[in-house]
Design a binder for this molecule. Structure first.
Ligand SMILES: [Fe+2]
Length: 600
């Protein structure tokens, strides 16, 4: 999600709208997770990721006291005390990879918990805890889902809360692990950065490899993020801000070639740092864009991590491009034609074919898509979105008043007619309608507002790629799969029934809020979050849940009988003291005829 001022909110929503001494072993707590720490040698803790049944990626960063490279030993043990070493080896690092270290530790047993650490000379890294994917029949898996962590926007309490838990298998990060903006109170989500002691480094917007590396180093200095990495294997995919806002395959909203150079070079630098700093297994060394990959949790679920950003996405449509600047008339036919273009891609043809193959090959009960942007249809009345003469802009509150007036009118008119009473102003007032409501229903502008069509609120999401979405829905239906879609990007929490253009129920979407990036409360300060959520739910019947004002994470609990999403929200990311709440739990059941959110 991009930074949004009032104008940008409209634009976004319609057009596409963040010292211990060297060698000291950090003690594990009872569960094996290392305390966050830095040392002169191991500067950024440890991490693991991309678990398979026999291997897992291990990560650390080790900086030599002198010289340009460093040999580092790694070891994996079945016990926290490292008395039973099951795998070990030696590797090296140097400045060419920013002194990061990634090891694919092999020869492990499926469904097992392991502890790992690194050593060089007298220096020993903190130890981490990880696990391998299970095989066979699995009774339950719990995955924590995160997106949109903006360092200057607030503390990473969300990571801290997840790190305290004992029941999670892995952390899924759906992107915006970092943000690319420069420092300064006027930069996106950075107004409180100085007060919080979280001013972005480097101060400039990230463009070159050194910039991206420095930013990752800052984020990974965060003790809460270090704690979570040490505790759970991560499965990561990027969103746009790992490169630049609203990225697509050949550019980004926040990239200007004339002043910032070739986008391809910037993207290559960003992805090199991403692969260096995150515990991700490279799929194709010759093609860093190919990050989509699957993880099988026995016969219970297959997780397919998708790239909706960089590899295959065509440029976002923009409503502004279809408005005649002189008349303000919206070119409906032109916009509809562009939206209907069958060649328009989000995943790209290659990834789509790959996904179809993965879904077809998997016999797991649940097929889970881990991806970035909202897939559910989120159409809102155009007057809420477009400031054009044809569609006067109104606020959610104003729209609510108008809608209530018309609903009241319809209800009372029906009652009067049923009673054989004429529908007159006097009788409507006598039946309970207010004078203001009567004025509203007789006002041509209000009538235009209530009769205006609903349109996608975010063209950067799947809503802006409706044909590509139908393709995915068609694949899932044809293959008769139980589809669960996990999404991030918006900074807000959502749950949606996924229905194709013919109204067929295809699956469900559980979308996590952000770790710290601001949500809609920042852009609609005069609107009550509860009223906004209720209003949006009323306007979007497939929407089962919305929270637009709190930061948090989502836990997906999957069993053979059901899948459940729990939204855990924190009270603030602006203070060190906070509270957490389980705001909502929703479930879905497998099998044709189900595959929708159980409404309670
Ligand atoms: Fe974001």
């Amino acid at each position: 999600m991009p930074p949004i001022d009032r104008r940008n909110f409209i634009r976004h929503i319609i057009a596409g709208s963040g010292a211990l001494a060297s060698g000291l072993l950090t003690a594990c707590n009872n569960d094996g997770a290392a305390n966050a720490s830095t040392s002169n040698t191991f500067t950024h803790g440890v991490a693991s990721g991309d678990p398979l049944t026999d291997r897992v990626i291990l990560w650390t960063r080790a900086v030599p006291a002198s010289g340009s490279s460093l040999n580092v030993n790694w070891e994996v043990a079945s016990d926290e005390a490292f008395s039973n070493i099951v795998s070990k080896g030696e590797t090296s690092t140097d400045a060419a990879r920013d002194y990061t270290i990634k090891v694919d530790a092999t020869g492990l047993q499926a469904g097992s918990t392991y502890f790992y650490r690194f050593k060089t000379g007298d220096a020993v890294s903190p130890s981490g805890k990880t696990r391998t994917l299970p095989t066979g029949d699995i009774s339950e898996v719990k995955l924590a889902v995160f997106s949109c962590a903006n360092y200057p926007a607030g503390y990473f309490h969300v990571y801290a809360e997840a790190a305290k838990r004992n029941d999670l298998f892995a952390a899924l990060h759906l992107g915006d692990y970092i943000y690319e903006y420069g420092a300064g109170a006027d930069q996106y989500a950075s107004a409180d950065a100085t007060k919080l002691g979280r001013v972005s480094v480097p101060a400039n917007e990230l463009l070159k490899i050194e910039d991206y590396r420095q930013r990752y180093a800052q984020y990974r200095s965060d003790k809460d993020l270090q704690a979570l990495h040490a505790r759970l294997p991560f499965i990561c995919i990027w969103d746009d801000h790992e490169v630049a806002n609203d990225a697509w395959k050949d550019g980004a909203e926040n990239h200007t070639t004339a002043t910032e150079g070739d986008f391809t070079l910037r993207r290559a630098a960003a992805l090199k740092a991403w692969y260096e700093w995150l515990p991700v297994r490279e799929q194709d060394a010759s093609n860093p864009l190919k990050a989509y990959r699957s993880f099988d949790f026995g016969s219970l679920l297959s997780l397919h991590m998708l790239d909706t950003r960089l590899g295959g996405r065509d440029k976002q449509l923009d409503y502004v491009d279809y408005i005649d600047p002189s008349t303000g008339v919206f070119n409906t036919a032109g916009f509809t034609a562009a939206m209907s273009d069958p060649t328009r891609q989000l995943l790209g043809a290659e990834q789509t074919a790959w996904l179809q193959g993965q879904l077809a090959a998997s016999t797991a009960i649940w097929q889970v898509l881990g991806q970035q942007v909202l897939m559910g249809k989120m159409h809102l009345p155009s007057p809420l979105l477009t400031p054009t003469p044809q569609n006067p802009t109104v606020s959610f509150a104003q729209y609510g008043v108008i809608a209530t007036a018309f609903i009241t009118y319809q209800t009372l008119s029906t009652q009067l007619t049923a009673a054989g009473t004429p529908v007159t102003p006097e009788n409507l007032l006598a039946a309970g309608m207010t004078t203001d409501q009567l004025t509203i229903v007789n006002d041509p502008t209000s009538q235009a507002i209530i009769n205006a069509p609903s349109i996608p609120y975010n063209l950067d999401a799947w809503d802006g790629y409706a044909v590509a979405r139908e393709t995915v829905y068609g694949i899932a239906r044809l293959l008769d799969k139980n589809l669960l879609v996990l999404s991030g990007d918006t900074h807000n929490a959502w749950a949606n029934d996924l229905q194709d253009q013919d109204g067929n129920q295809v699956g469900v979407e559980f979308a996590t809020g952000s770790v710290s990036s601001p949500g809609l409360e920042e852009y609609l300060p005069g609107t009550s979050p509860a009223e906004l959520a209720a209003g949006v739910r009323q306007l979007i019947p497939t929407l089962a849940y919305a929270d637009t004002s709190k930061r948090g994470y989502l836990v997906l609990r999957v069993t053979p009988a059901e899948a459940q999403a729990d939204w855990h929200l924190v009270s603030t990311v602006k203070e060190t003291v906070y509270t957490t709440v389980l705001d909502k739990s929703l479930t879905t059941l497998p099998g044709a005829g189900n595959r929708k959110i159980v409404r309670t």
